[in-house]
Design a protein around this ligand. Structure first.
Ligand code: CA
Length: 132
């Protein structure tokens, strides 16, 4: 049986060391991985490909990852936030925006891969039920 085509994950992360580790972990898990270090780079990718999931850091050199996350959610692209901002107001912002998961650094790579896999599985099962 042929393997299904790899799902594509776009990582938007300005910390080069963290980005390299995240790319490695998701690639090892079997995903096609694209990486961007800024909002501008992420928009360059998004002009060419429609990823199955985007991992978004909030603090980016050329702006806030929230603006990117908002556009992706509006386009029904699953978003996972990965940030060092662990405060409640940021978490609530993500919840209200409709992101699929909100992860805080430092985060083990196994936990990252697990979250991505869970979100992609839910996305494959169909659109989520309307929020209560
Ligand atoms: Ca950052």
């Amino acid at each position: 049986m042929a393997a299904p085509p790899a799902q594509t994950v776009l990582i938007v992360e300005d910390d080069a060391l963290a980005r390299t580790a995240e790319v490695f972990a998701l690639h090892q898990a079997g995903y096609r991985v694209l990486a961007a270090g800024s909002l501008a780079e992420s928009y360059q990718w998004l002009a060419e490909v429609k990823p199955d999931l985007v991992l978004v850091d909030i603090g980016l050199p050329d702006g806030s990852g929230w603006s990117l996350a908002r556009q992706l959610v509006a386009g029904r692209v699953p978003v996972v936030i990965l940030t060092s901002r662990s405060d409640l107001s940021n978490r609530l912002h993500g919840l209200m925006l409709g992101v699929q998961d909100y992860l805080t650094k430092p985060l083990g790579l196994a936990d990252l891969v697990t979250s991505v896999a869970a979100v992609l599985r839910r996305a494959a099962d169909g659109p989520p039920a309307a929020a209560p």
